[in-house]
Design a protein around this ligand. Sequence first.
Ligand code: BEZ
Length: 208
Amino acid sequence: MSLKLGDTAPNFTIPTTAGDIDFHQWAGDSWVFFFSHPADFTPVCTTEMGRTAQLAPEFDGRNVKPLGLSTDSVEEHLKWIKDVDETQNTTLEFPIVADKDRTIAQIYGMMHPGESETAAVRSVFIIDPNKKIRLTMTYPMSVGRNFAEILRVIDALQLGDKHRVATPADWTPGGKVIIPPSIPNSEAESLFPNGWDEVKPYLRYTTV
Ligand code: BEZ
């Protein structure tokens, strides 16, 4: 059974480059960007790990902890991190899970046998402080992820939680947001003092 949005992210205890972690305890009150990659010492993965490390201040500023995973060992991860730091001009500090027997990758649906029998694909799970899965994305092995999009969806989720809004196509921070149809105009008046632009009764733009 695959994990769905709104499910509680399954807990696990596992070795990582920062020692053994209990996932839920480690996450604490933070959001988590949990992402798998196929293998250490591979080119696309090296750039993704470097990008995640470079974006540490962006993740911190959003109260998000990155957590990588592949089916390699801690020793391999630690050797590879030196390459990541050297080639991507960064210092990788977030933990990488060593899921040697693929237990976590199986639970999280990161194994896609059509792509590989042994290596995880590029899965993304955005998990909120209540440990609920709020977003999933799955990329093939040959395509590196877009980290601007990862930060954008985190911004959209956090803004939506704070203001009870939805975000339109291609929204970026500062852009107009949408009042969900579940909020009637009578309630919207107190929630959105800036007013709104009613294009259709079901399409109301506002700013927050
Ligand atoms: C890579 O990270 O470069 C990669 C890993 C597995 C298959 C293809 C590319």
